[in-house]
Design a protein. Sequence first.
Length: 332
Amino acid sequence: MKKKRRSFEIFSLSFLDVISCGFGAIVLLLVIMKISEPAVIENTTLDIQTKIEQYKIDTETLKKQSAALFRSIEQLLVTRDGLQRQLITVQQELSRAKKNKEMAAIDQSSQELIIKQLYLARQELTEEMQRLLEQKPSSRPDAPIGGVPVDSEYIIFVIDTSGSMQQFAWLAVRRKMQEILQIYPRVKGIQVLNDMGDYMFSQYSGRWITDTPARRRAILQRLGNWMPFSNSSPVEGVTAAIRRFYAADKKISIYVFGDDFSRGSIQEVVDTVDSINQSLTDGSRRVRIHAVGFPVLFGQPGAEINVARFAALMRRLAEDNDGSFVGLTTMQ
């Protein structure tokens, strides 16, 4: 007898229980995840905001530090520029000091002697002349007055018209010029040039001015406002006067008024004057050169060397050309 097969149900109750339990577990997991998700997102958001705020604070701090660094850099640049300017100034001063030292080496012995004479001299040209004029006149027509020979028949004034002379010494210049004219009661000719060789009266350029009381008054009056250009060096005026007016048959005196000699070689000037003011048979010079030094630049830093150079030059020219040099110690 044939056995009857037992039927098998796929979707049995047990199977459904298993399926239901698995599905329920999945649903439970999903529910749990959904419940915890907002808390995680909230915590993450707070953390990001905190970091953003910290970044902002750090950024502001860095900005302040950068600004402070830029200010420090600007101060350093300003300090650097100031130091560079000071360095340039020091270099210029060193260059001037070196140049002055080189110039001081020229005719050093003569300059030392004349500096001593400038500061120790006590003779005032005017006072000495007045004292001697009050005494009995000498029997010699060429007797010196105040150490200045007055035997010349023609006189030329070479006057430094630079700013320093105009500003500080002009009244003294006018007095000294008048006093020198007084020791020459009468001459055959007068001429006035500045240190550049420019004539006071252009209509008398290159020729003598006849000596009259009226002409002397005109010269002194014109001197009051006479201000031609000057390079503060007497060389051009002296050489121009000798070249134009030198004559073997005339006795001429040149009076140089000045305060400094800032450029050029002393020896070169001496050699030039020696070549154009030739000696006579007895060894004397036809053109006498006298000089009056005005103490305009005494005590001014850096100017002493130019004062000494002027004194050295004028002293040498006066010695070589039968004249006298007087260094004034005051403006009176």
